[in-house]
Design a protein around this ligand. Structure first.
Ligand SMILES: Cc1cc2nc3c(=O)[nH]c(=O)nc-3n(C[C@H](O)[C@H](O)[C@H](O)COP(=O)(O)OP(=O)(O)OC[C@H]3O[C@@H](n4cnc5c(N)ncnc54)[C@H](O)[C@@H]3O)c2cc1C
Length: 472
């Protein structure tokens, strides 16, 4: 697709020369230009025409109206840390990057809420909340790069969902630009508003297919007074589930319940050059974070550790002695994605199941892999307290990338059938994007998919917003 000089001038006049770039005349180097049209999937090759950096909602609306008039497809681009190909632009689109929209717009100290532009980096939002004496609880290994708008567009989870829930629970209000360029504002800053359909929820998790989120009002909470990390070695998978059940008897709130296998621990030790935190080898490890409010809470933790050792749910356990050690313990969990993605080729799956069906699912999955794909190893870890597994298939050394991904494509439907059998979901928190759209029917009925199409048509009649994502 070639863009006429008249249209180039029009866009330049809307945003200014320094905030619009064209593939065929960009001053930006090609790699940087293309990096705004991709994410962490590494499966797709970006190829698009125009890159824009609006600074406010009105400018986003103007760019969308321009795209609408000229039938140009649009890809909203956040922090590009997604794992589903949602931010990939590979068909001559216009990319709208939110990265210049990172301002605080308002703070309400009464409700404890913060209104920001959607391109604010999530970690910066954490800081802004803390500076005002509050806490924003959605956190995970990519929040140093991800945008709050991208988090909302993917309904992000993270490491403390077990206590705080997904980001959906923290969104009070949204401002969005639909596929026609219309600006819609939902709910604003109020807590209670039972006035018909709560439309903002449609946009949370819609991966840029219904509208571009430009501003959001987020509910904040109180920072935990203090916390303690308990890192444990677990002898078998069923004990992980028993251990989680046991935490329900704990008098202290549990903030995180994460697990990893020995395979993952080894990869992190290799990649980050950190020592083995346990003296004995164990097949599984669980990291728990508890909130504590008083000194005597430490005794409750030691007594919990004694109980779980006695019951045989854990074979070893260590309580972080200070914040530095707590940080180090977190590294063994948070360093996994990076360690396996940088040093290996992996096929990622982010799935969820009812906790009680985890064991039978994993047994079926193991049987499937060892019968059909004996050379494949799995890096298994995740937010197990939420029933969320990150199941990563690691490429055997002697297989080419192309052959590996083609074999994985054959494994996926069999795995999704197993998930369906055990009442699970094909995407827990990463979304559908391009990567899983052909498999949506494993988690959604055809009637549901039809309703999704109707909603999309109402908000994006020309199918310009992230077309080809989510819906098959
Ligand atoms: C190391 C690592 C760890 C991770 N851990 C987790 C985890 O624990 N939990 C979790 O949920 N995810 C996790 N992720 C995945 C990813 O970080 C999240 O999906 C994140 O919310 C994506 O935000 P982003 O700004 O990077 O979005 P992008 O990747 O830029 O985009 C994601 C999707 O949202 C759309 N989009 C982006 N911004 C907007 C906007 N303003 N309006 C409308 N649509 C928009 C894009 O078009 C795309 O479809 C992890 C990723 C990495 C690399």
């Amino acid at each position: 697709m070639s863009i006429s000089q008249e249209n180039k001038n029009k866009l330049k006049s809307l945003l200014g020369e320094e905030r619009v770039f064209f593939k065929d005349e960009t001053q930006m180097d090609q790699a940087t230009f293309l990096s705004f049209g991709t994410d962490r999937t590494k499966v797709y090759v970006p190829d698009y025409e125009i890159l824009t950096f609006p600074k406010n909602t009105q400018e986003v609306s103007e760019v969308v109206k321009f795209a609408f008039e000229n039938d140009i497809k649009i890809v909203p681009s956040g922090g590009r840390t997604g794992y589903a190909g949602g931010a990939v632009a590979k068909s001559g689109e216009i990319v709208i990057s939110l990265s210049k929209m990172d301002q605080v717009l308002d703070f309400d100290p009464f409700f404890g809420s913060l209104t920001v532009q959607a391109g604010m980096i999530t970690k910066n939002l954490h800081k802004e909340a803390e500076e005002r004496g509050f806490y924003f609880p959605v956190d995970f290994a990519a929040t140093g790069s991800s945008h709050i708008g991208g988090n909302i567009a993917t309904n992000a989870g993270g490491v403390r969902v077990v206590h705080y829930g997904l980001i959906r629970q923290w969104v009070l209000g949204l401002k969005v630009v639909t596929g026609t360029g219309e600006i819609l504002e939902f709910n604003g800053e109020i807590l209670k508003n039972n006035t018909g359909y709560d439309l903002k929820h449609l946009f949370i998790g819609s991966e840029g297919t219904l509208g571009i989120i430009t501003e959001c009002t987020l509910k904040l909470t109180k920072k935990p007074a203090d916390n303690r990390i308990l890192f444990t070695a677990v002898p078998d998978f069923s004990s992980i589930l028993e251990l989680f059940k046991e935490t329900h008897n704990m008098p202290l709130p549990i903030l995180a319940f994460e697990f990893l296998t020995k395979y993952c621990l080894d990869k992190v030790m290799d990649h980050l050059h950190v020592p083995d935190p346990f003296s004995e080898v164990s097949p599984y490890y669980v990291l728990m974070e508890f909130e504590i409010t008083e000194e005597s809470d430490d005794e409750k933790l030691f007594s919990f550790l004694e109980t779980i050792l006695e019951k045989g749910y854990v074979s070893d356990g260590s309580l972080a002695q200070n914040s530095r050690q707590a940080e180090t313990f977190w590294k063994y969990r948070e360093g996994i994605s990076e360690s396996i993605s940088i040093d290996y080729t992996v096929h990622k799956n982010d799935i969820s199941l009812p906790l009680r069906n985890m064991n039978p699912f994993l047994e079926d999955m193991q049987a499937l892999l060892s019968s059909k794909y004996p050379g494949f190893e799995i890096a298994l870890f995740g937010h197990i307290g939420d029933g969320n597994l990150h199941l990563n298939i690691v490429k055997p050394k002697d297989l080419s990338d192309a052959e590996f991904f083609s074999q994985c494509k054959k494994v996926d439907p069999s795995m999704f059938e197993l998930l369906q059998k055990h009442h699970g979901s094909i995407s827990a928190e990463h979304g559908i994007g391009l990567l899983k759209k052909d498999f949506l029917h494993f988690s959604r009925s055809s009637a549901e998919i039809e309703v999704m199409r109707m909603i999309k048509k109402a908000l994006d009649p020309k199918n310009l917003l992230n077309p080809g994502k989510i819906l098959p």
